[in-house]
Design a protein around this ligand. Structure first.
Ligand SMILES: Nc1ncnc2c1ncn2[C@@H]1O[C@H](COP(=O)(O)OP(=O)(O)OP(=O)(O)O)[C@@H](O)[C@H]1O
Length: 341
């Protein structure tokens, strides 16, 4: 029963412990986190050990295969649901390793594995369905969404902008309440290899702050894969989306010792991450109002099909209230600003 599957999958939080790096070991670093069973870890703190629970815990020995083992979320996206997977953690905790993998792709992460699994599942179902896969890839940097496809698209205006910045993308909501990225270029892919090649092009356009940890990414990476499937027997069409997100480091601005534009980066990263935390708290507590609108990241990343009707009604009534305000202004002969609309 797909509805049952959806409820079961509403939000799941996994914990992955990464092994200590050679440098950390050489500096005499101690291991302070330990998996105690499938669902819990202990963390050494100055006030003694603390225990934390998760839907699943992966130890430092867990391989990339172990992590990806369960492909049911990919199946759900193909079945027409909106699925989002993201990695959260401080700089160097292993988000990019988990989502993307190592540079040489000897240990591919969730994103390339998801591309392969997606096309494998579609191939297995090709006698009953025809599929169309398209993708957009975005970067959220200093609260600005940028299209990572745009600057290799060869459009003249792109090159005239400073720092090779791609054009702006806006978050919009369609009449059905589904969030989409307006202005984002989507590209079709007919194989996992093609999709991966698009991903590599997109990654080459990301911002990396030069003076911080070289490996550190200071922006959120958002990969949206849309799957349209047509039932060959009755012609019905469904569309689902798999969003794969590699978040920027979650450390606090004060700790990074960052200045000026770096501080601005850290602040906007923190703002969007704490907004994400608020949304997840509201969703898991099943609160009637989910504060999606507090940041671009949450407007985009956490729109799930399982959102309660109440939350949806709240958003709609807010939009209707705005609309009423605009109508009132127009009636009384006042001017209407672009923001109002
Ligand atoms: N499970 C793992 N096994 C082996 N090496 C790992 C693992 N997780 C992370 N690493 C290594 O640790 C280093 C930091 O990981 P990574 O770059 O993924 O961190 P991050 O959380 O994405 O950091 P940032 O927020 O700065 O982007 C990398 O060299 C990566 O290869």
């Amino acid at each position: 029963d797909p509805e049952e599957k959806i409820l079961q999958y509403k939000i799941r939080v996994f914990c992955r412990i990464r092994p200590a790096s050679r440098a950390e070991a050489a500096q005499g670093g101690a291991i302070v986190v330990e998996k105690i069973d499938e669902y819990s870890v202990t963390v050494e703190t100055p006030r003694g050990p603390r225990e934390f629970q998760f839907d699943k815990v992966f130890s430092a020995e867990a391989s990339q295969e172990d992590l990806f083992h369960d492909t049911s979320l990919i199946q759900l996206a193909i079945d027409g649901y909106n699925v989002c997977v993201f990695a959260y953690g401080q700089t160097g905790s292993g988000k990019t390793f988990t989502m993307v993998g190592d540079k040489e792709q000897k240990n591919p992460g969730i994103i390339p594995r998801a591309f392969n699994a997606m096309f494998d599942i579609m191939r297995e179902n090709s006698s009953k369905f025809s599929f169309k896969v398209s993708a957009y890839m975005l970067e959220l940097y200093n609260d600005r969404l940028q299209d990572l496809f745009a600057s290799q698209a060869g459009e003249a205006h792109v090159h005239t902008q400073s720092h090779g910045q791609a054009r702006r993308v806006e978050i919009k909501r369609n009449r059905k309440g589904v969030v989409f990225a307006q202005g984002a270029e989507t590209k079709e892919a007919s194989s996992a290899q093609e999709l991966y090649a698009l991903f590599q092009q997109a990654c080459a356009n990301r911002h990396i702050s030069a003076t911080m940890n070289v490996e550190s990414s200071r922006s959120h990476l958002i990969v949206g894969i849309m799957v349209e499937s047509r039932n060959l027997t009755n012609g019905s069409v469904s569309s689902g989306k798999l969003s794969l997100v590699d978040l920027a480091g979650s450390e606090r601005a004060a700790k990074t010792g960052a200045k000026d534009h770096q501080l601005k980066e850290a602040n906007s990263i923190n703002k969007s991450l704490s907004a994400l935390g608020d949304v997840i708290s509201a969703l898991s507590a099943e609160l009637p109002h989910v504060p999606y609108r507090n940041s671009k990241l949450t407007q985009y990343a956490t729109r799930v099909k399982a959102i309660t009707n109440n939350a949806q009604r709240n958003v709609e009534s807010k939009e209707i209230a705005q609309l009423k305000e605009v109508i009132m202004k127009l009636r009384s002969g006042q001017s209407v600003e672009e923001e109002d609309v």
